[in-house]
Design a protein around this ligand. Structure first.
Ligand code: AKB
Length: 328
């Protein structure tokens, strides 16, 4: 049975990836690690505290557990990266090099999540192909573009089995994201279940690529299980599932929650970041090389997100209804 180690397991992707990996490989074969020990209680199962910027501790953890694959998810996202660029550089790139060194020493494979943020405004931002100039203008994007190249370097130079995807914005209802530009979509669902209205920090017509978490988790696992002989492009594959604007999201949400209201107060930092990213990427290479195919579009994702809000609301049905727009 494969042994896997997840770094940054308490985050938005890690929380759901750990559950999926444990279902696949067995509870004891998945070691969840995170900077924060709070994640231990949420995740259950084998857990160790780990700071990816501490190269020695990371190498010791990899030597002890001897994972077949390291899923390296720890990173600062785009908004936090602009506010704390040196920390983003240290965590996102320094942490990645520590992971790659440990993987090289213990012959582990590495999954590295890149992002649509690895592209920048110097190219046409519609249907951005797999191979396009990467000139990001955010610190987060710079660390992702450089991270892709470092992963390729460790593969070509040392034979480390590195693989990655360029994630679009990820939408989930289990763990909150933090510090991202696309987080507005998750926040909109949470606020819909709270006060029934949401003030969006992006203009209503800002189109970005998005994906529902079950598709994202499946993509990670399918890529790491793919036959390496088929993988001509390793770091990193464009993948997407849907494209929408805040206005389109609000309209879809109102099909389920007719009283939901989205207002707009544009945050120049977030808007500037979003305007520098693709409106749509082309994921045909991932489809060809390892059979990538999303299952959720905007309608299916929204229906599930609202159903989950309702489930949560009815779970707390003893208390007075705190979700006035989500009838039980
Ligand atoms: C962010 O918004 O920073 C991330 C991303 C698109 O990589 N969700």
């Amino acid at each position: 049975m494969k042994r896997t180690l997840v770094i940054g397991a308490g985050g938005q992707v890690g929380t759901e990836l750990v559950v999926a990996l444990r279902a696949l490989y067995g509870q004891e074969n998945v070691l969840a690690t995170d900077l924060s020990t709070d994640a231990a209680a949420t995740l259950g199962g084998p857990f160790a505290p780990l700071d990816c910027t501490d190269g020695e501790a990371l190498l010791a953890a990899v030597r002890r557990f001897r994972p077949h694959t390291v899923f390296h998810l720890a990173a600062l996202l785009s908004v936090t990266g602009e506010q704390r660029p040196r920390l983003a550089y240290r965590v996102n790139l320094g942490g990645l090099v520590n992971v790659l060194e440990a993987a090289r020493s213990e012959r582990s494979a590495v999954f590295f999540p890149s992002s649509i943020a690895s592209f920048g405004p110097s190219i046409p931002l519609d249907r951005v192909p797999q191979e396009a100039a990467q000139r990001p203008v955010t610190m987060y994007g710079i660390t992702k573009a450089a991270g892709e190249m470092i992963c390729d370097f460790y593969h070509l130079r040392f034979g480390v089995d590195t693989r990655g995807v360029r994630f679009p914005g990820l939408i989930s209802h289990v763990a909150e994201p933090g510090g991202g530009t696309t987080d507005y979509a998750v926040d909109a669902f949470r606020e819909a279940g709270g006060r029934g209205a949401y003030t969006c920090p992006l203009r209503p017509d800002t189109q970005l690529d998005m994906m529902y978490m079950p598709d994202a988790v499946r993509a990670v696992i399918e890529l790491m299980e793919a036959d390496p002989r088929r993988l001509a492009h390793r770091n990193a594959y464009n993948i997407t599932a849907m494209q929408f604007t805040p206005r389109m999201l609000a309209a879809e949400m109102r099909r389920h929650l007719p009283h939901f209201r989205m207002d707009y107060r544009v945050d120049p930092l977030r808007q500037g970041i979003a305007d520098s990213w693709p409106r749509r990427i082309d994921d045909s290479v991932a489809r060809e090389e390892w059979g990538w195919k999303p299952e959720y579009d905007l309608a299916a994702m929204t229906a599930e997100m609202v159903a989950n809000l309702r489930r949560r609301a009815s779970a707390s049905s003893d208390a007075p209804n705190p979700h006035p727009t989500v009838p039980r």
